[in-house]
Design a protein around this ligand. Structure first.
Ligand code: ZN
Length: 269
């Protein structure tokens, strides 16, 4: 599943290779995604130029020259890429005035593609309920401390709650908690400023390192979890039974809120 670093990698590729290009035509497979624009809506994009590529949590916002936004969520298996020949799972194809078409491909079709005007964008429930960006300035120790105060909820579940901080997926939550030396099941309200400070830094670091490892062109995007080459750097995620890279005690796993969770009992308290 594409996580925040993969989405940021795609955003960067769109900023580099899509912005400035004009849509000549749009073709659709006719199969529905979690959200799909009506055919007439898609055709209304002809003549629009892409003017910007932004990201909010795991949503891509591709700005158009008429003020509308193409909002894309990659779901479980979605991808945006440039290619000439159409393949089986290509659902929306944007023919451009320059270079190969932009293709939205998605084998499992859990993704979303929407065309929104400014007021629809500001009313969009998918975006309005999102908490702060983990790499943004608002996400700091003071903010996370306020969110944790009085909460008995495990810290891992809290940092994965998109209404609090948007886009910290399961892999990165486990990795950040190991770096910050915090047991994932710790009640959030029990964490003091020092440990919260470490956790904020660890979340930023694992996401930034994964973005770095994800590469800077679309051809580097592999379309699977783990952030491209970051997969090789995972300290705990998916390593149950293997030795902790810090203390060599075997990594343990347990299911929390339905998600596999990995931790070291010695390093994380
Ligand atoms: Zn350890």
């Amino acid at each position: 599943m594409p996580e925040l670093p993969e989405v940021e990698t795609v955003r960067h590729a769109m900023a580099m290779h899509l912005v400035g290009k004009r849509i000549e035509n749009v073709r659709s497979s006719g199969l529905s995604l979690r959200a799909t624009p009506a055919p007439s809506h898609l055709l209304s994009l002809r003549g629009c130029r892409f003017t910007g590529a932004r990201r909010r949590a795991k949503f891509l916002l591709l700005d158009l020259s008429d003020g509308r936004v193409l909002l894309v969520h990659l779901g479980m298996t979605g991808n945006l890429l440039f290619r000439e020949e159409t393949q089986l799972h290509d659902h929306i194809v944007f023919e451009l005035d320059d270079g190969p078409p932009l293709v939205y491909a998605d084998p499992r079709r859990f993704g979303m593609v929407m065309v929104l005007n400014r007021s629809e964008l500001s009313d969009c429930a998918h975006l309005s309920q999102l908490g702060v960006e983990p790499l943004g300035e608002q996400f700091d120790a003071a903010y996370l401390l306020r969110q944790c105060r009085g909460r008995v909820r495990p810290i891992k579940n809290l940092i994965m709650d998109a209404r609090i901080v948007a886009g910290v997926g399961n892999i990165y939550a486990s990795e950040a908690l190991h770096r910050a030396r915090i047991r994932p099941s710790t009640p959030a309200g029990r964490l003091g400023r020092g440990r919260i400070q470490r956790l904020v830094q660890a979340i930023r670091d694992v996401l930034n390192e994964s973005i770095q490892a994800g590469g800077t062109t679309i051809s580097d995007y592999q379309g699977h979890g783990g952030g491209g080459r970051f997969q090789q750097n995972l300290a705990v995620y998916g390593r149950a039974g293997a030795n902790c890279l810090v203390c060599e005690r075997p990594i343990e796993s347990e299911v929390m809120a339905g998600r596999n969770t990995y931790f070291c009992r010695r390093c994380q308290r």
